[in-house]
Write a protein that binds this ligand. Sequence first.
Ligand SMILES: [Zn+2]
Length: 498
Amino acid sequence: MHADLLLHGAVLPTVPEADALAIRCGRIIRVGRFPELKDLIGPGTRVLDLADKAILPGFIDAHVHFVRVGLERTFFVDLSDVGSLEEALERLREAARDRQGEWVVARGWDESRWPERRPLERVDLDRVVPRQPCCAIRVDGHLVVCNTLALARCSHPEGERVDRDLGHLREKAAWDLLDAIRLDQRALVEAVAAASRHAAELGVTAVAEMSGKPEYLRAYLHALDEGRLRTRVFLYLPLERLGEVAGLGLRRGFGGELLRIVGIKAFMDGSIGAHTAALSAPYRDRDTEGSLLISAEELARAWRKASRAELQVAVHAIGDRAIGEVIRAARIAGISRYDRHRIEHLELPAEEHLAEMADLGLVASMQPNFVVNWSGSGKLYEERLGPERDSRIDPHRLVLDKGIPLAFGSDGMPMGPLYGIRGAVSPPHPMQRISIEEALDAYTRGAAFSLFAEGELGELSPGKRADLVVLSGDPRVAPLEGIRVEMTLLSGEVVFRR
Ligand SMILES: [Zn+2]
């Protein structure tokens, strides 16, 4: 039996004794020293000398809003790289000119990176986009600022989640407004294709899509039919759809090789940036402790129902109070550790929370890029929480030390494992620091485990799917900043090549 493709001359950081890998029919058939693999070379075998580049399992982004990543690259105005509030407004003004009469939707703004140090407000947007509805989603997705015309579409009453004066909508009020902006199906299919291309450039071969709305599902299926989905997508459907999903008998694993359902996504709280993450003590810069979006009892009921339907539950919980409530809900529901339920973000757990998570078999789904973006002296988390709580945020080290399974993702802020991993290997605080081997593991094998896919993905071993990334250097020794993705393979097919 000959190989279709044989890669050699490389470093395999996760299999240090090997320098070559053979692929046949989309799967890895052997990993080892090149001389031992030479018998696999036949007349049809492509042999590729990788000259000291590094081969890793394809990265798996365990938490991302993948359609949104695509929309950012196609439909949304991207504000993630603007250097000031004024520059953000200038970009919105230009976009409005190009889309006369249409919605202008922007995303990715982060006032903590601007000299003005204040969020966008309604009057700012009115000034640059006066004649068409315009809204801009904060980088964390938990705060949307609207101009007056966009705000008119919001039906929520003034209160904690709606500030009409500032034009700020938070949590459900924000999501309902965004839902009301109907994107046509074609735009969504283009977004899926764009997201998939982008993932391949970043060495990402599989993602967990955390917002599996029905219209997104259709877009994924169309992109799949058209051969433009070149990323494995694991779907989480919103909690509001649990009744329908369970009613149809769809359990985790339903779907195919590239698109499959894993479970249900629920929210316990909001975000630190939007002051909506639920804390046990007030924020440093505002007189609030955030709030819970669902009660532990309500979550426990949903949890039982999902477990009966064999669906995994992934609960967003950032503040210590929210994390405590998720654990309480898990106890009430009597979850099984074999169902691998996940806590998303897990930013500010207390130590006793981690012991309980280990006991309950809960998986930590964390985003090390948050550390790069917002933790450390003078950055957003310190501003919102003070230095003591900032030093305890995103404790990857403690999570691993407690024996909790760790899965890394990006939440799309931005996507890119090599960027994110820096937040775990060279962070500002000791509790955040893990080794490069541990970080790579969380972005490959650990992420696969969290998606019930460790049998086929996440490792370089015979029988696994040939989803690979080839890097320009070995991340164990070369500085991460200088490493580039050279090539990405999905089932042995090249989906990206520099
Ligand atoms: Zn998310």
